[in-house]
Design a protein around this ligand. Sequence first.
Ligand SMILES: NC(=O)c1ccc[n+]([C@@H]2O[C@H](COP(=O)([O-])OP(=O)(O)OC[C@H]3O[C@@H](n4cnc5c(N)ncnc54)[C@H](OP(=O)(O)O)[C@@H]3O)[C@@H](O)[C@H]2O)c1
Length: 261
Amino acid sequence: MACDPNEFAARRAVVTGGTKGTGRAVVRRLVSGGAQVVTVARSGSHERMGDVTLVTADLATAAGCTALAEAALDRLGGIDLIVHVVGGSRSPGGGFAALDDQAWQTEIDLNLMPAVRLDRLLIPHMIAQGAGVVIHTSSIQRRLPLHDSTTGYAAAKAALSVYSKALSKELGPKGIRVNAVAPGWIYTSAAEALVERIATSAGIDEAAARQRILDALGGIPLGRPAQPEEVAELIAFLASDRAAAIHGAEYTIDGGTVPCA
Ligand SMILES: NC(=O)c1ccc[n+]([C@@H]2O[C@H](COP(=O)([O-])OP(=O)(O)OC[C@H]3O[C@@H](n4cnc5c(N)ncnc54)[C@H](OP(=O)(O)O)[C@@H]3O)[C@@H](O)[C@H]2O)c1
């Protein structure tokens, strides 16, 4: 897809979870628009990321968030855009009774706290310059939880969406736009891993597990999951000045999965 190679020129961006799936597509999209990007993952090599700075850290910990914030400010000298992509479901299937305290904590540590901690570390720099954009990646599961396998994840994403809205109220008057995206099924290796987990825990094959997810979602009217690049395009739009009046909103990208407005 052709894009303006200067749309994000001189923009200094942090993208979390940028080595795979949606995050990698966001990094590529921002770089192709001219942005300077720092990203983070627990693994991965600098060589494979080209011009992008890769920080190796575990964002599920406070220390990992601090390490990323310090490295990003050191590398970029400031911050104009934060795209929080990191997240995912880690819990076993089996409904509410299978979720012990540790499983709940794991979902919160990965899906809520990295945004809370990084925003706290980086947004003061945006406030000081009176401008910035923050985008949180939630999920349609905050409204449409898969009760057998992702209750903790869905609840953590619901918390993230509410947090994003609250932040927008506080930061709008300071010149900082805050929005969220809520994807449905995205075709990534993480989504395939969820299929495998459900298949294993239910003792069914992967085709049946995939169908079980589709049934629980009520189907995808467009007939397919989104590609990571399609989600990245929405995020790039929200990050750009083309979306200068969009604030405090959450954009669903799910092929029509959520059955009501
Ligand atoms: N895929 C879907 O169907 C779907 C649907 C709705 C919403 N979402 C949301 O969209 C976002 C992206 O999902 P995705 O499927 O594209 O993800 P993904 O393919 O699993 O990629 C996750 C990225 O985050 C990194 N990462 C994972 N845990 C980390 C940690 N603790 N600290 C630092 N980095 C970490 C991974 O690298 P390492 O493994 O090397 O750390 C990778 O770069 C998530 O917030 C997810 O909840 C996804």
